[in-house]
Write a protein that binds this ligand. Structure first.
Ligand SMILES: [Zn+2]
Ligand SMILES: [Zn+2]
Length: 215
């Protein structure tokens, strides 16, 4: 079995929405459909991927703004994030107005996610880790066979997520990264919510916020 993905930056924030799929079944999921839904649907069609679900890392507008509409139009279940992001979901209409996004439909996830859960995409199994700090209900998705992690706004190449939002917390975010991402291994390549991919090993060496310190 083999896990595949294609990243499509969407919204004025260039959020890395990813279409992920199993190439044996060609069943897939869209991770963080923040907007530009026709482009996402067209990309899945072109790839020959049948979308079966929506996966959410967290409920900020650039990640979750298209979720309610896409779920309604395609009849897809919504998986994630953790229920601590409920207040961000409730606030999506205000978030879209504040940032000049198209009106976002609110929604109720079909399934909330918790640390240690797994999500099935075709024959591939994604592991879920709860990584609060940027938002309290932020989760990340890890596919061990391909060594890929979809980390939303927890970690970026050379930086980490903002923590100046309600219920954001810097120390909590750093702890999430060190205790829940690093154990996946230095070789893991991560797809951040914005900007280029990197590896956990690279960030442990050079990221000024979370690099290893000599003890
Ligand atoms: Zn965010
Ligand atoms: Zn973001």
């Amino acid at each position: 079995m083999s896990f595949r993905y294609q990243t499509v930056p969407v919204t004025p924030f260039q959020q890395n929405c990813s279409i992920v799929w199993c190439d044996e079944t060609m069943e897939g999921a869209v991770v963080d459909p923040g907007g530009e839904l026709p482009r996402l649907v067209a990309t899945a069609q072109k790839l020959g991927v049948t979308l079966k679900q929506i996966l959410l890392t967290h409920a900020h507008i650039d990640h979750a703004g298209g979720t309610g509409t896409l779920a309604r139009e395609l009849g897809l279940p919504i998986v994630g994030p953790h229920e601590a992001d409920q207040f961000w979901i409730d606030g999506l209409p205000q978030q879209s107005a504040m940032f000049g996004f198209p009106p976002a439909e609110t929604f109720t996830p079909t399934r909330w996610l918790h640390d240690g859960d797994t999500v099935q995409v075709g024959h591939c199994t994604l592991q879920v880790r709860h990584c609060p700090g940027h938002t309290p209900g932020h989760v990340v998705f890890f596919e061990p066979d391909s060594q890929r992690a979809f980390v939303g706004d927890v970690l970026f190449a050379g930086s980490i997520g903002r923590t100046d939002f309600p219920q954001g917390d810097f120390d909590t975010l750093v702890e999430s990264i060190r205790s829940r991402l690093w154990p996946m291994g230095d070789a893991v390549v991560f797809i951040p919510g914005h900007g280029p991919e990197s590896s956990f090993g690279q960030e442990r060496r050079s990221n000024p916020y979370v690099r290893d310190v000599a003890r």
